[in-house]
Design a protein. Sequence first.
Length: 79
Amino acid sequence: MNGIKYLADTNCFIYLLNENPLILPFVTAGWAFSYITEIELLSKKGITEEEDALIREMLDTCYKINHSQTLSELAISFK
């Protein structure tokens, strides 16, 4: 995970897709995301093929963290 600066949640990607100016300063930083974020983004009701492709392209630029007990414990610790 060299170069990863942020663990982004689903909302970060939604803000990015909506070109929210608050998220733009963080775009060039290294992002990681959990597999849950991928599921949430790609299972959007009514998603178009273009949206699907854009999301997949965006996620391909980041590091995906698959499920592990360590990830679960880390998420729990953020409470």
